[in-house]
Design a protein around this ligand. Structure first.
Ligand code: PCA
Length: 206
């Protein structure tokens, strides 16, 4: 059976809840559309997150890596098109700030997602879940993970698809941060399952 590594993150900065964490924990061990799901929660830490994620990739040897992160303030599900070789931002959960640094010194400027992001967006919209391709994953930990995973896949020539999707806040987060637009946790999870179903169809077709 084909394997999908599904990653999310712990809470960070002023967000006491990260909706990606319960989704990843809840879907861990499930089978969706013929894919076995391995859910793993990552730290928000410039010095550790990529190593932890790449360690899961080594150990699980998935066919697909789908990484999730919170983009508080976005209103839609947003599959990311591209990850850039830059880290700039903070603090992370250790209080570290970074400025204008490459993720991989001398690495390529950017990697495109290798997930079928247009089909994922179309499926979500057809099913009534607002979605749009995003052309920036930022320069914080989410971009860092997306770039690091795609760099490893490409530089080791692994037959693995990889990419990243940002989710809006959940209602649980928005009641604590009232200015945030939000979705129900159940709808966020249903949207993730719909995207995994698209990925499963792609794997079966390939
Ligand atoms: N979102 C952050 C990092 C962790 C998360 O869930 C980001 O967009 O970079």
């Amino acid at each position: 059976m084909k394997k999908l590594l599904l990653t999310g993150f712990v809470p960070f900065q002023d967000h006491p809840v990260n909706p990606t964490e319960p989704i990843v924990k809840h879907l861990d061990g499930k089978r969706i559309g013929g894919l076995q799901i391995f859910g793993r929660v990552l730290p928000v830490d410039f010095s550790e997150s990529a190593d932890v994620c790449l360690g899961h990739l080594e150990e699980i040897e998935p066919d697909i890596v789908l990484s999730l992160g919170l983009a508080a303030g976005r209103t839609k599900i947003t599959p990311e098109r591209v990850a850039i070789n830059c880290k700039d931002g903070g603090p992370d959960n250790r209080g570290v700030f970074v400025r204008d640094e490459p993720i991989v010194p001398d690495g390529p400027a950017a990697y495109f997602s290798t997930l079928p992001i247009r089909r994922m967006v179309d499926r979500l919209n057809e099913k009534g879940y607002p979605a749009q391709i995003s052309n920036t994953a930022g320069t914080y930990l989410c971009n860092h993970i997306m770039y690091s995973v795609l760099h490893k896949i490409k530089s080791e020539n692994r037959p693995v698809l990889g990419g990243f999707v940002h989710l809006p806040a959940s209602h649980e987060l928005a009641v604590r941060q009232p200015s945030l637009p939000s979705w129900s946790q159940a709808d966020l999870e249903r949207a993730v399952v719909l995207m995994i179903e698209v990925l499963a169809e792609q794997e079966i077709a390939s």
